[in-house]
Design a protein around this ligand. Sequence first.
Ligand code: AFP
Length: 317
Amino acid sequence: MQNLDAVLKQHAAQSDIDADVARAVNGLALAAASISKLIRTPDSATNLGAIKGSANADGDDQKALDVLADDVITAQLHAAGVAIYLSEEQDTPIPLHADGTLIVASDPLDGSSNIDTNVSIGTIFSIMLAVGGPLQCGRDQLAAGFFVYGPQTTLLLTLGDGVLAFQMDDDGCFCDMGWQVALPADTQEFGINASNQRHWYAPVKAYIDACLDGRDGELKRNYNMRWVGSLVADAWRIFRRGGVFLYPADRRDGYSQGRLRLVYEANPVAMLVEQAGGKATNGTESILDIQPQDLHERVAFIFGSMNEVDVIIGYHS
Ligand code: AFP
């Protein structure tokens, strides 16, 4: 089995841009290995879930690990010669190298509310050409992926030609899992935070009601539900066995466009989903075709098994 380094070397041989992409992904892998070690190292003096007293661009409390992960990633992207870093933890774009060719956008620590509950958390990233500027459609991504810091430390990666999966060994090396990543087209498993049901708009409410009605309902099949509350953990499960994930827009203040951020959460996951044969939408439009207007803008995010996402789109039309 090839390890990540070998896969990136092969990719780098194709063109200069690909060589820069390979360097950036390698830098992110080094950062992820450090973050994974930080999470696993017993240290009673440091509470990684401690609130830093500062807030990110969206007013979310920053946890100690949010800031630590952001610092580690910034340092590795600087070492990798990246031009600009876009982060959930930084209000504005961070210039790194004026002669760099790439922009890397990242959610350095996804699932912060799960940090001190020993539930899987992760790092999400998107790589684009610097010439396109910070607000590019997801279709313009050159590469995307996410790391999961769970029972295993893993990476799901696309370089624009299918999806590859890696697991980190004790030396911090990411080894190919030999898994042909292909999203099953059908599923009977959905993921949504059902505590928000009273705030949902009619299409999502009707779909989830139909799922809960089971075999006697209009969808004529029984459904299961899973919700971890970490996008990376819910996404990894869906890549593994199929399913649909919904974080829709709802009537709560601040949620008229959902909760997840388009540039560094939805776009990279959507690229992986489409590369694995699935579908990603806001209910009416493909996520990858949405033109971002703001670095931290939110988007209603629905993705997963192709045929089931089509059913959900049907409820929106
Ligand atoms: P945090 O990083 O603030 O924990 O948010 C995690 C997240 O962005 C995403 O990973 C989850 O899918 C979603 O929010 C969970 O949201 P709820 O807490 O509303 O279920």
